[in-house]
Design a binder for this molecule. Structure first.
Ligand code: NAP
Ligand code: NAG
Ligand code: NAG
Ligand code: NAG
Length: 328
């Protein structure tokens, strides 16, 4: 467990690297409020980008050296082995202990049947080379079979399997990703166990104020994926703003920061834990360096004006599924 004393001690040891603040989850566990994403994304043809060399391992090692204490992976990303190697290397080098770092992984859609849930985590733990993860998430509310046809397993059954994994100590906390409010309500009503974390897309173009308000009211911590949204797209059909937008550049210059740092700071000030992905050392270091300034009310208003409920992650392939979570 990441105890407050340990976090304080780690702060003393790492005077040169600033750690992110931590949040208390609704089960009492602590989660660093900033993490590293490890999904390599898709190729131009839309398939998953291959994981070919050791770039994720190197990124995680650089991130831990820079002060990251929260790493986000998933069975479907094929990056769990590299995350595991990096964490073990940093433990061997004495930079961290296992309990100093918060590891999240996710159950893939083809393991939704109750009896498959433990198999999913077991496989992830073997790839990570760990005895437990800090957070295990149901990646999506809808199941799919390995042959890509729909599995109509009720996500309540999946959730019951997750709760059992927490009871067995194989994950410290359990949560969900890409669930909507009605689904969150149903989990709590039927099992009495409120997810600790909801991981959803949060960027300038999709800020989800009512979902965030619901989570705040129910003590569900929100982790925000794809925080940069459309910022780096050179595609005129996706909504603004871009990284060279004059309004964003002006805010960045006022704080001696970069536009990506302004966006991450804004997401953090919404009460959301950003998990930006980068495999480049200078960007990994830059992205974490957002805890020494605050946006003004006026700047926050400017940044809130880009919200238009625009998703970067297109899930419409599954919109026919009974457990599709988003607007049709
Ligand atoms: N639960 C879910 O369904 C779900 C869905 C999507 C993502 N996620 C998680 O969320 C993480 C983050 O989302 P994401 O990877 O989709 O998108 P993202 O973090 O918003 O953006 C990643 C992209 O931004 C670039 N980048 C990062 N920092 C930069 C900087 N300072 N300046 C310029 N470019 C920068 C990266 O390139 P370089 O690597 O070349 O720097 C990469 O191309 C994922 O890695 C994954 O862990 C979860
Ligand atoms: C959430 O729950 C935890 C554990 O009970 C508690 O320590 C924390 O203060 C709560 N946070 C909020 C914002 O209510
Ligand atoms: C896909 O897999 C499921 C589960 O094994 C099976 O019931 C179904 O018949 C398969 N569908 C096709 C089209 O192969
Ligand atoms: C541009 O963005 C739109 C909206 O996200 C997407 O449908 C389209 O495929 C993108 N085009 C290119 C060339 O990337």
């Amino acid at each position: 467990m990441l105890s407050r004393a340990l976090v304080g001690f780690a702060l003393l040891l790492h005077v040169n690297c600033k750690l992110a603040p931590v949040v208390t989850l609704n089960d009492g566990n602590l989660m660093p409020a900033f993490g590293l994403g490890t999904w390599l994304g898709t190729t131009p043809s839309g398939s998953l980008a291959p994981v070919e060399n050791d770039e994720v391992q190197r990124a995680v090692e650089v991130a831990i050296d820079a002060g990251y204490r929260h790493i986000d992976t998933a069975a479907i990303y094929s990056t769990e082995e590299q995350v595991g190697v990096a964490v073990r290397n940093k433990i061997k080098q004495g930079v961290i202990k296992r309990e100093d770092i918060f590891i999240t992984t996710k159950l893939w859609n083809d393991h939704h049947a109750r009896e498959d849930v433990p198999k999913g985590l077991d496989s992830s733990l073997r790839k990570l080379g760990m005895e437990y993860v800090d957070l295990y998430l149901i990646h999506f509310p809808f199941g799919t079979y390995p042959n890509m046809t729909d599995d109509h397993t009720d996500y309540l059954d999946t959730w019951r399997g997750m709760i059992e994994l927490k009871e067995r100590g194989l994950t410290r906390s359990v949560g969900v990703s890409n669930f909507n409010v009605a689904m969150l309500e149903r989990l709590a009503a039927e099992t009495g166990v409120v997810p600790t974390v909801l991981q959803v897309e949060i960027s300038l173009t999709i800020q989800q104020p009512s979902l965030l308000a619901y989570c705040r009211a129910h003590n569900i911590s929100v982790v925000g994926y794809t925080p940069f949204g459309t910022l780096f797209l050179h595609n005129k059909t996706a909504p603004p703003p871009r990284v060279d937008s004059p309004e964003l550049v002006a805010i960045a210059q006022r704080h001696y920061k970069t536009v990506p740092q302004i966006v991450l700071r804004y997401v953090y000030e919404l009460g959301v834990t950003p998990i930006p992905k980068s495999v480049k050392k200078s960007r990994i270091e830059q992205n974490l360096d957002i805890f020494d300034f605050e946006l003004s009310e006026e700047e926050r208003q400017q940044l809130s004006s880009y919200d238009q409920n625009y998703r970067s992650l297109d899930l419409s392939l599954w919109k026919h599924h009974p457990y599709y979570p988003f607007e049709q």
